[in-house]
Design a protein around this ligand. Structure first.
Ligand SMILES: *Cc1c(COP(=O)(O)O)cnc(C)c1O
Length: 376
């Protein structure tokens, strides 16, 4: 790709086969439906790869996301899992897109939905529980979620108004400890206590981790085993559906980004992509693996370099130095792997830089160098 294009702006290398592999893994191992969390990467090629591999259910958080999925994936089912929604979005999702599952975590949202939708058992109101665990990079407790007591009241109220009900939680993104799901399911257990209300669904959320330099992670199967084990103890009704909502776990390996060095100054390089582009997550603590693209022979010795992004803002710099060949120079290309999650989805067009080239490649991304640990 680099030899053919010699790209001077960032190019996303798309690996549909990696996303298909991840999708098959979830479909085979998870004993319920895997809902793809669309916000993670709403690109058409991602929806296509995942649906091609059998993903039919989508965790959506806005009307535009729902419209996008319904336009591109025949036979898709969307779930409206944002606990705070516009009234018009609730109505449109229900009447135009057939959405029947709606998340909430507060009485006020229950009243809102109650005013906008018919109270029938066909509509499932999914109460989101607050969960807290130290092993996630993004902790969403505080912003979303009801306590088990409040959740119990919401369940009872929604059910008595004529809706079906479910429970959900989301441990947060890039969860490095399967025990976080077990503790989420314990919260489910205390919300249910000895309730007689039949749950239509239990949704254990997303958070399944990707592979980054500083995040040694366990196999997906360990996470699913922890979930299965803990769910068994709940004695759910046979027709209670089990959902998970992987975003990162499905698409992180599906894209890498090839960037070019535009200038070298001492031990700094200026790249054509950065914090305002594909690499927002570097700013929140994740470190993407990288490799040099072999367009020439590089020095065998490496040193840490400061890597600046292309915008005029001083915060547009990777927080950690990059190990690069000592003779790196203007014109060289670096490939950053595992950019499929929250890369292009979070990128901005600040200063006129926005990644827009996508090329399908068939190889695997193999990072150079040793894996660093969090202490490095
Ligand atoms: C973002 C989000 C997800 C997906 O999270 P990942 O860490 O990408 O798996 C799933 N569920 C909810 C409610 C979310 O907000």
């Amino acid at each position: 790709m680099v030899a053919a294009r010699r790209p001077e702006s960032p190019v996303y290398c798309v690996r549909p086969h990696v996303m298909e592999r991840a999708a098959r893994l979830f479909i085979e191992a998870f004993p319920g439906d895997s809902l793809y969390a669309v916000k993670c990467n709403p690109s058409a090629h991602v929806l296509e790869a995942l649906s091609g591999a059998g993903i039919r259910h989508f965790d959506t958080a806005s009307l535009p996301e729902i419209e996008r999925v319904m336009e591109r994936v025949p036979g898709a089912t969307c779930y409206f899992m944002h606990p705070v929604k516009a009234r018009s979005a609730i109505r449109e999702a229900y009447s135009r897109h057939g959405v029947r599952f709606f998340a909430l975590d507060h009485r006020s949202e229950l009243d809102k939905i109650g005013e906008e939708l018919p109270a029938t058992r066909e509509v499932v109101l999914v109460v989101r529980l607050e969960v807290r665990h130290s092993s996630v990079v993004y902790d969403l407790s505080g912003k979303f979620g009801a306590s088990p007591e409040a959740a119990r009241e919401l369940l009872e109220e929604a059910y008595s108004r004529g809706f079906s009900v479910g429970l959900c939680f989301h441990v947060g993104s890039q969860c490095t400890d399967p025990a976080a799901y077990a503790s989420g399911i314990e919260r489910v257990s205390s919300a249910l206590a000895d309730s007689e209300i039949p749950l239509a669904c239990l949704d254990v959320g997303g958070g399944f981790p990707g592979t980054y330099l500083d995040a040694p992670v366990e196999e997906l199967s360990r996470y699913i085993a922890a979930i299965i084990q803990q769910v068994k103890g709940l004695n759910l009704a046979r027709d209670c559906r089990l959902f998970c909502e992987p975003g990162r776990g499905l698409c992180e390996g599906g894209e890498s980004v090839v960037v070019q060095v535009q200038l070298r100054r001492d031990r700094s390089v200026y790249l054509n992509d950065g914090i305002y582009g594909s690499m927002t997550e570097e700013g929140t603590g994740l470190r993407h693996r990288h490799r040099m693209l072999a367009t020439r022979a590089f020095a065998s010795t490496q040193s840490p370099f400061t890597a600046y992004g292309p915008t005029c803002d001083a915060i547009d710099v990777l927080p950690h130095p990059l190990e690069l060949p000592d003779d790196i120079r203007e014109g060289d290309w670096i490939e950053f792997g595992n950019m499929g999650a929250y890369g292009v989805a979070c990128s901005t067009a600040f200063n006129g830089f926005s990644p827009e080239a996508f090329v399908v490649v068939e190889n695997e991304f193999v990072a150079a160098g040793p894996t660093l640990t969090r202490d490095d």
